[in-house]
Design a protein around this ligand. Sequence first.
Ligand SMILES: Nc1ncnc2c1ncn2[C@@H]1O[C@H](COP(=O)(O)OP(=O)(O)OP(=O)(O)O)[C@@H](O)[C@H]1O
Ligand SMILES: [Mg+2]
Length: 297
Amino acid sequence: MTPNEYLLYLEDVHKRYPVKGGGEKTVLDDIDLRVRKGELISVVGPSGCGKSTMLRLILGSEPPSDGRVLVSGKPVEGPGRERGIVFQKYSLFPHLSVRDNIVFGLDLEEFSIPGRLLRYVHYRKRKREYAERAQVYLERMQLGEAGDKFPHELSGGMRQRVAMAQAAIMHPEILMMDEPFGALDDATRQEMQVFLLELWEQTGMTVFFVTHDLEEALFLGTRVLVLSQYYQQGDGVEGAKIVTDKEVPGGHPKPSDFKYTPEFSELLEQIRRDGLDPESRQKVEDFDLSHQDAWRD
Ligand SMILES: Nc1ncnc2c1ncn2[C@@H]1O[C@H](COP(=O)(O)OP(=O)(O)OP(=O)(O)O)[C@@H](O)[C@H]1O
Ligand SMILES: [Mg+2]
């Protein structure tokens, strides 16, 4: 496949930040990634390795220092409606009701002058149309009764369902989720995982899911990426690389006893050793890049 045929294509991507007192620090070192439509990619790695940074480069809120990021063959030059993001917190507007939070992005699209004029003319029609679209997502996310509530009146799980609805109503091709369930208790987290899988099935979106919870990563993902700075770096090299890029076994949906299978434990162990253990450093040529679209040039 050519670069343009992938939904997402990162080539030779580096990200460096200036450091106090001069000089730069490399956070991401030479990231190559090819993603097809419809994948659910779990991203794990040590704290501070650059997971959120990678999401920001895909979102377009920051440019790479080097290399290229293409979505459907076009260079990413800033945020766009085909890419959405959900954070662990603060994805919602506290002064807007749940319903208004969900349609916020749709509303924002009409900030052009002709859009505003038309909006004035069609105000009532549009209002009704938005309300109907919001209702679909309220029901899909089991928030049917919560449309008129405000974020502070909701539980953590409900808030994250609103954030998912807010992102999904824009029909993004790529939904990035940065530790979205990290602040939730175990039971709520498991419910949210099921919501996410249902949403993913219904919409066919491509999802990037960053988490610190390896079990969650393997339960949800069709593919797992491990980003890590713990490998045998050569002279003058620093920053994280993709040290593991492989398919998660178990198919989809994963069988309920997947967690108890030897495949699951082996993969968990591999990720801990190759990605998370600072004492264990692999050679670059020993990275497990066995996914069909993994590459290293
Ligand atoms: N704007 C910035 N300026 C300078 N350094 C930055 C900036 N943004 C991120 N960094 C640095 O880049 C590194 C990676 O940060 P990032 O937030 O992407 O890590 P992460 O993998 O998401 O970590 P965590 O798991 O803790 O969320 C960190 O060392 C961070 O301090
Ligand atoms: Mg982060």
